[in-house]
Write a protein that binds this ligand. Structure first.
Ligand code: OSB
Ligand code: MG
Length: 372
């Protein structure tokens, strides 16, 4: 593949409902879409960085510069043999996995289209025709509001409910939710809001039969998670602190958690996501696909990823309409009454870009081309 051009577009898309985590409340997303062009075909990817460096160190403005000045130019150095080579080609860039991963994923989409394959097939997935879906529900203004949201999602068929927690919105809230929904698979995501010294409080959550608690401790910690896991009955699921397959090997060796959330952007794209998947699979650690409030392209990539065999748990990939009044793809991502998303067999990520709407939400655009 000889890449001729990389087009970056920054989109501005308001969420239908704000999304609050332990680190911030988001009303509107500023998403970077990547288009890689070669021989009349385009491959598409999404950079999943947030608007601020609060989930990890990345944010839209920095990701734009890294993608433009460092990641895109590596694609022009020589013709690409395989999309799997992009991860190594950008491996000299420290951090910034989301910027690397958005471009890498676009090259995978391009390669899938060249080969006439659906993306799920190109990456070696296809273990299932429908991926199981859960939802991630942010911190609300009241418990009554949270209960209302959960009722709506269960009525839509979603298979598990994840709630965001933070100090002051944790044990009491979960107790009320568990009382109201005694049999629903529930989990909590703390996004690094606690310290090992909070082990006593986190232990109280054992009473509620959560299927897991996600990333309770620091975003870059594995060791304290191991100490905490030894004290908790509830399985710990690692998110922020697993950025490479090697991190997963270390976490598994230390018994820092029993489940891993794999996010395409956080780990730098499909190449590393697949290696991480394989490390977990060999160790008997189930994984699920996390989300970053993606628009349609990133959502479709997540669906492809979640067809790898060890994605056995419902993920955070859900219907477009939970986020957007209108998505940038057609059709939009929809779920079945069973709380699943059916995979599609069209070449590439499986949906059409809505070019009119994409143009409508684009606030800046740049084409990066080879230096001559
Ligand atoms: O930790 O999983 C997370 C959203 C933004 C940043 C971090 C996280 C999340 C979510 C939402 O939980 C997942 C989604 O619905 O896309
Ligand atoms: Mg998380």
């Amino acid at each position: 593949m000889k890449i001729e051009r990389v087009v970056l577009r920054q989109l501005r898309m308001p969420l239908v409902h704000f999304f609050e985590t332990s680190f911030s409340r988001t009303y509107e997303r500023n998403i970077i879409v990547v288009e890689v062009v070669s021989e009349g075909l385009s491959g598409w990817g999404e950079i999943t960085a947030g608007e601020h460096p609060f989930y990890n160190e990345e944010w839209t403005a920095a990701a734009w510069l890294i993608a433009q000045d460092y990641v895109a130019p590596t694609l022009f150095v020589r013709a690409l043999r395989d999309a799997g080579d992009v991860n190594g080609l950008t491996g000299h860039i420290r951090g910034h996995n989301m910027a690397r991963g958005g471009v890498e994923a676009a090259v995978w989409d391009l390669q899938a289209r060249r080969n006439g394959n659906p993306l799920w097939k190109e990456i070696g997935g296809g273990a299932r025709r429908e991926i199981p879906c859960g939802v991630s529900i942010g911190i609300q203004d009241s418990v009554a509001q949270l209960i209302g949201k959960i009722e709506g999602e269960l009525a839509a068929g979603y298979q598990r409910i994840k709630m965001k927690i933070k100090p002051g919105w944790d044990v009491d809230v979960i107790r009320q939710i568990r009382e109201r929904f005694p049999d629903t698979p529930l989990m909590a995501d703390a996004n690094s809001a606690y310290r090992l010294a909070d082990a006593g409080l986190l232990k109280e959550l054992d009473a509620f039969g959560l299927t897991m608690i996600e990333q309770p401790l620091a975003h870059d910690d594995i060791i304290d998670h191991a100490e905490l896991q030894a004290q908790l009955e509830t399985p710990i699921c690692l998110d922020e602190c697993i950025r490479t397959a090697h991190h997963a090997e270390q976490a598994i060796r230390l018994k820092a958690g029993r489940i891993v959330n794999i996010k395409l952007g956080r780990v730098g794209g499909f190449g590393e996501a697949k290696r991480l998947h394989d490390v977990c699979e060999s160790a008997g650690i189930p994984v699920w696909c996390g989300g970053m409030l993606e628009a349609g392209i990133g959502r479709a990539h997540n669906i492809a990823l979640a067809t790898l065999p060890n994605f056995t748990l419902p993920g955070d990939v859900s219907a477009s309409k939970r986020y957007w009044k209108r998505d940038i793809i057609v059709p939009e991502v929809e779920t079945t009454a069973r709380g699943t998303i059916a995979i599609r067999d069209e070449p590439g990520f499986g949906y059409e870009i809505d070019h009119d709407f994409l143009r409508h939400v684009t606030v800046r655009e740049v084409a990066v081309t080879p230096k001559r």
